[in-house]
Design a protein around this ligand. Structure first.
Ligand SMILES: *[C@@H]1O[C@H](CO)[C@@H](O)[C@H](O)[C@H]1NC(C)=O
Ligand SMILES: *[C@@H]1O[C@H](CO)[C@@H](O)[C@H](O)[C@H]1NC(C)=O
Ligand SMILES: *[C@@H]1O[C@H](CO)[C@@H](O)[C@H](O)[C@H]1NC(C)=O
Ligand SMILES: [Cu+2]
Length: 162
């Protein structure tokens, strides 16, 4: 179990470098405006995509890297219009592993929010466990995931109190 997690983590880092994302150049800043670690702040609520929300044609893996790190008990909020208001419905799925994520293969993916659940205040998902989370939109048979940029990975960190 522990070993498997460690293995998956290594794969995530490997995938990140495969995608040409330089971790070294990233701002892991301890006082970045989004995640100030001054001990008084609890878990954050983070809107996926920020003002872009959850839509086709935005690079969410890029967004996730720009907005990392995420922490335990942080809440991700997915906002998207319900099918009644939108010609292009979205959804949220979790992949069980990196392979499914990289291939946008939804065979073993789990739907965590259907196309109507992103309305109003959005669909909320709490990062409760130390594991890589592989998120994606499952609409149009993987097209939104593969071509629309609607997938990203998050590995929550422990927020050290002090
Ligand atoms: C901690 O951060 C919060 C939010 O950024 C801020 O409102 C608060 O004043 C900060 N507290 C200290 C002690 O710096
Ligand atoms: C998203 O951005 C990353 C770099 O941050 C890039 O490697 C990747 O190809 C982009 N993905 C899409 C679907 O454009
Ligand atoms: C996360 O929240 C749960 C329940 O609210 C709490 O028991 C747990 O200690 C929290 N974990 C961290 C790392 O803050
Ligand atoms: Cu979508």
């Amino acid at each position: 179990m522990g070993l498997k997690l460690a293995h998956q983590l290594i794969l995530v880092v490997a995938a990140a470098s495969m995608l040409g994302v330089s971790l070294a150049n990233k701002d892991w800043g301890w006082n970045s405006d989004k995640h100030q670690l001054n001990g008084t702040e609890g878990p954050q609520k983070i809107i996926v995509g920020g003002s872009e929300k959850w839509h086709f044609g935005f690079n969410y893996s890029d967004w996730a890297f720009q907005n990392a790190p995420f922490y335990f008990n942080d809440t991700l909020v997915f906002k998207y219009d319900p099918p009644s208001n939108s010609k292009f419905p979205h959804s949220v799925y979790l992949f069980p592993d990196l392979w499914s994520y990289l291939n946008c293969n939804f065979k073993r993916a789990k739907m965590i929010a259907n196309p109507t659940q992103g309305g109003g205040h959005g669909f909320k998902f709490v990062l409760k466990r130390w594991r890589p989370y592989y998120f994606a939109c499952g609409e149009r048979d993987g097209f939104h995931c593969k071509v629309g940029g609607m997938r990203f990975t998050v590995v929550p960190l422990y927020r050290w109190p002090y």
